[in-house]
Design a protein around this ligand. Structure first.
Ligand code: FAD
Length: 389
């Protein structure tokens, strides 16, 4: 049986970054990932899965020394962020107002994952188990023992579950969740645009859900069309030309002419684990929480989980205390649960506020946006929070 300090299950953006952070502390790490991370090819069409990476997440990726690698691939920085429901409530945030060169970057998820994996594979204290998943988990007060799909057994002092929204480890550890289905889906549509690359990301709010624009490199963009599952199902059945027509008829005219390249859809679910650890099993990223993606915060709060857990482990090591005990895991949960809940609740208030059909609520939300637009201090604070600063 192989023994490690830490086993990380799930080598997505969150799992790979926590594995790399702990490997750099000299701990021995196993990463178990069921899918081979996809190859990055700048000449291939843009992958549909892109994320708005905040300044806070950029700092973590810089600390891990993978940022340069990431931005040497395709990426699109944005300096401004706009939101409106009517012309009267148009609100724009600018990086200059918080003395930053940009607010974030739109980057393909697999570009981030690939950059971290490149660095991970150079560490002698890391073993990567690709194409494997965990079939059994038993823990005692000293270690976690797991069995892989290839029947191999291994043990570790901590088992970190970063295996995404449908986490197997969360289930094997008997950690329940609370949440709900938003009865809405998000359709991701990659398009070629008439306009040159832009440095703004925007959201036009409609009663059916937001219509969002995320810039990609050159004349390309990622659009997000939020709507009822039935409507999204109908849109998915259209061919690219028909969908192009539907986009141009529904998105605001500032989008200009577009041509659909690729499309896909995801149901929206809110999920929050009832606890972030159980014995020696710890949850991070989407395994711990899934959030409405309308403000692009999901992986950004996952990266904050990584920072918090690593900080607690590193300070225990520095103080000569055990780094794998209850106090460390409780400290991590204290640092992250309230913050994650706050972000999830803020997104829900936003989502339900803009979905409400009442004319009075519409008046209030538009007035709220208009007031916020003219209140620099509120805007600055909201922007810093969204940027993870
Ligand atoms: C439509 C949409 C748009 C979004 N936009 C943004 C955005 O702009 N900004 C943002 O911050 N977030 C965004 N998100 C959220 C973001 O995609 C997720 O929060 C992020 O991918 C979570 O990363 P993760 O590493 O925790 O989980 P995942 O990305 O789900 O990775 C989990 C990994 O675990 C592996 N795995 C799963 N099960 C097992 C198993 N049993 N054994 C071994 N390996 C396993 C998977 O193969 C995968 O590699 C969006 C989400 C959606 C749906």
């Amino acid at each position: 049986m192989q023994k490690f300090d830490v086993i990380v299950v799930g080598g997505g953006m969150v799992g790979a970054s926590v594995a790399l952070s702990l490997a750099e502390q000299g701990l021995t790490i196993a990463v178990i990932e069921k899918q081979q991370p996809s190859h990055v090819d700048d000449s291939a069409p843009y992958n549909l899965r892109v994320s708005a990476i905040s300044l806070g997440s950029e700092q973590l990726l810089k600390q891990l020394d993978v940022w340069q690698h990431i931005v040497s691939q395709r990426h699109a920085p944005y300096r401004k962020l706009a939101i409106w429901e009517s012309d009267y409530s148009y609100t724009e945030f600018d990086a200059a107002s918080i003395s930053q060169p940009h607010l974030g970057h739109i980057i393909e998820n697999h570009v981030i994952q690939h950059a971290i994996w490149q660095k991970l594979s150079g560490h002698n204290n890391v073993q990567l188990f690709v194409g494997e998943s965990v079939t059994a988990l038993v823990q005692d007060n000293k270690q976690c023992n797991i069995q892989l799909s290839n029947s191999e057994h291994m043990s570790a002092k901590l088992l970190l579950a970063a295996d995404g929204a449908h986490s197997t480890i969360r289930q094997l550890a008997n950690i329940g969740t609370t949440g709900w289905d938003y009865q809405q889906s998000a359709m991701l549509i990659n398009v070629e645009t008439e306009y040159e690359q832009q440095d703004i990301t925007w959201q036009y709010m409609t009663p059916q859900g937001p219509r969002a624009f995320l810039p990609l490199q050159h004349n390309q963009a990622s659009l997000v069309w939020y709507d009822s599952p039935d409507k999204i199902k109908q849109l998915l059945s259209l061919n690219n030309q028909q969908l192009t027509d539907a986009v141009e008829a529904t998105f605001p005219s500032r989008l200009g002419k577009v041509s659909v390249i690729d499309k896909g859809a995801f149901p929206l679910t809110r999920r929050h684990a009832n606890r972030y650890s159980q014995g020696r099993v710890v949850l991070l990223g989407d395994a711990a929480h899934t959030i409405n993606p309308l403000a692009g915060q999901g992986v950004n709060i996952g990266f904050k989980d990584v920072k918090a857990l690593v900080e607690h482990i590193v300070s225990a090591i520095a103080e000569g205390k055990p780094w794998d005990n209850k106090d460390v895991l409780k400290g991590y949960e204290r640092a992250r649960r309230t913050d994650n809940l706050l972000m999830m609740s803020a997104m829900d208030a936003f989502y339900f506020g803009f979905k409400h059909p009442s004319g009075v609520v519409k008046l209030l939300r538009n007035a709220g946006l208009a007031i916020a637009n003219k209140a620099p201090v509120i805007k600055e604070q909201a922007l810093k929070y969204a940027c993870g600063l």
